[in-house]
Ligand binder design. Structure first.
Ligand SMILES: Cc1cc2nc3c(=O)[nH]c(=O)nc-3n(C[C@H](O)[C@H](O)[C@H](O)COP(=O)(O)OP(=O)(O)OC[C@H]3O[C@@H](n4cnc5c(N)ncnc54)[C@H](O)[C@@H]3O)c2cc1C
Length: 443
């Protein structure tokens, strides 16, 4: 069961932050690294909300995986969805039925939206976790603006212009801030027929504060800042029901809205749910040991990293953000290399380095916290921007994204408000001068 050149074969399923880092760190080791993903690009999720709000183009945040493997002699990309995994027989089966064996397996599958068993909400809600989600949501927002212009009466226009965002974590708060900026820029500037005062954004969060993985001070800042942008905040509330035109909260309050954006919950990708003999922890995440091996299957060379894994550090489960995924990806590569070269007892325990977290709320405003240091507003935004641009892969993308921000922020203009055909939008152009790293962090 060896790969090309008689070297052990590592199968990495998922080319997200964890999988790509693991691939890259295996570069100089005597293994063949095979990475699988259902998409042919690595997605820079921290900017997904900017695609959804017409601030960025899809290609700005999608990095072709073949570009990464082309630069890595022992790297191989398979554009396939993995339908099943045989943990004992050591093979993965693609959706098309191809069976590939492996010596080591790294599962880095990421999350999918969780609607907590509600059957009706998924039919009308707009989740924000993939590129398709972002393009669908962007098209929908632009269609709502259009529809509001042609509405027969004020109530209908209000319904088109009311956006309910569920989940006050990073995804929901960042999206609400960007949507508020979009409505402040685009409505008065380009949709002149519309009354900007009709735009209503309601952010609903079940807990008692926004950005609950960050400090309470940051939560307060985010709330104040979102409110200054006109976002209505409902803390301690849940969405109970939703139709295409009405969102009902647990208090019974009904909000007439054509848009429900779902940033409230995630659960491990479906392949992770099928694995036998695993231990599930908070959020359905899979328990791993300190070597990052899947608990229930230790000693078989099966590792689980990133969002789908549950690793306890300082008595708390690591958050489902990019930094743990990247660090775990690097550590698994190190353990596999040690195992191949010196035997499995040479593996070491994973140690997490907490680099802090960040969230951008609208134009020129972000919170960045690391240890006791907390930066807000413009200073926070510059810190956020520098870190994210650094981790965004590709020189051309970095320049494009920065110039897009500055154009849009200084000129108060969204030049890329076009409804996109999903397939066309997902064609990723070839790119020159791509950087080595693909990844981000909420540092
Ligand atoms: C909108 C949004 C904004 C975010 N913003 C931030 C942020 O600002 N900072 C931050 O640190 N974190 C952020 N996150 C969280 C961050 O994206 C995740 O923590 C990180 O991506 C986890 O990395 P991962 O490797 O575990 O999974 P992912 O990066 O999600 O990658 C999983 C990959 O697996 C692939 N896959 C899944 N199942 C299969 C299968 N069966 N076969 C083949 N391929 C499969 C998927 O296509 C995907 O490419 C954000 C997330 C979202 C959704």
């Amino acid at each position: 069961m060896t790969g090309q050149r008689g070297r052990p074969k590592v199968a990495i399923v998922g080319a997200g932050f964890g999988g790509m880092e693991c691939l890259r760190k295996l570069r100089n080791h005597p293994v063949e690294a095979h990475i699988y993903d259902r998409h042919n690009y690595h997605l820079f999720t921290p900017f997904l909300y900017q695609v959804a709000t017409s601030l960025m183009q899809p290609a700005d945040i999608a990095y072709p995986i073949h570009k990464a493997t082309a630069k890595q002699p022992n790297g191989h990309f398979h554009h396939h969805e993995i339908a099943s995994v045989d943990l004992d027989g050591k093979s993965v089966t693609t959706k098309e039925g191809r069976v590939d064996d492996f010596d080591y397996l790294v599962l880095a599958l990421g999350m999918q939206p969780n609607f907590f068993g509600n059957d009706e909400i998924p039919k009308v809600a707009f989740p924000l976790g993939t590129m398709s989600h972002a393009i669908r949501l962007r098209n929908h927002i632009l269609k709502c603006l259009e529809a509001a212009i042609h509405s027969e009466d004020r109530a209908e226009a209000e319904r088109h212009l009311t956006f309910v965002v569920v989940g006050g974590g990073q995804t929901g708060s960042e999206f609400a801030g960007a949507l508020a900026e979009l409505s402040r820029q685009a409505v008065p500037g380009e949709y002149c027929e519309l009354d900007p005062n009709l735009v209503r954004i309601v952010l609903v969060e079940g807990s008692d504060r926004l950005l609950h993985t960050m400090s309470p001070r940051t939560s307060r800042w985010a709330r104040r800042h979102l409110e200054s942008l006109g976002v209505e905040i409902r803390l301690g509330h849940l969405v109970k029901e939703a139709t295409e035109s009405v969102v009902t909260l647990d208090t019974g309050e009904q909000i007439n809205a054509n848009t429900l954006v779902w940033g409230a919950g995630v659960k491990p990708a479906s392949l992770a749910e099928q694995l036998p003999g695993v231990v599930q922890e908070k959020g359905g995440r899979l328990r791993i040991n300190d070597r990052l091996e899947l608990v229930g299957h230790e000693g078989k060379g099966i590792y689980v990293i990133g969002d789908i894994s549950s690793f306890t550090w300082k008595d708390e489960q690591l958050p489902a953000v990019a930094t743990p995924a990247i660090q775990e990806g690097a550590h698994v590569a190190k353990n596999i290399a040690a195992s191949v070269t010196h035997g499995s007892s040479a593996q070491t325990a994973f140690k997490y380095m907490d680099k802090g977290q960040m969230a951008a709320i609208g134009r020129w405003a972000a919170a960045a916290e690391t240890g006791p240091i907390k930066l807000y507003g413009a200073l926070g935004w510059w810190t956020w921007a520098v870190v994210h641009i650094y981790y965004l892969a590709g020189f051309r993308r970095r320049i494009g994204v920065m110039s897009g921000w500055f154009w849009s922020f200084f000129r108060q203009d969204r030049p890329i408000q076009v409804q996109l055909e999903e397939q066309l939008a997902l064609e990723i152009p070839a790119e020159e001068g791509a950087s080595d790293h693909v990844g981000t962090t909420r540092e």
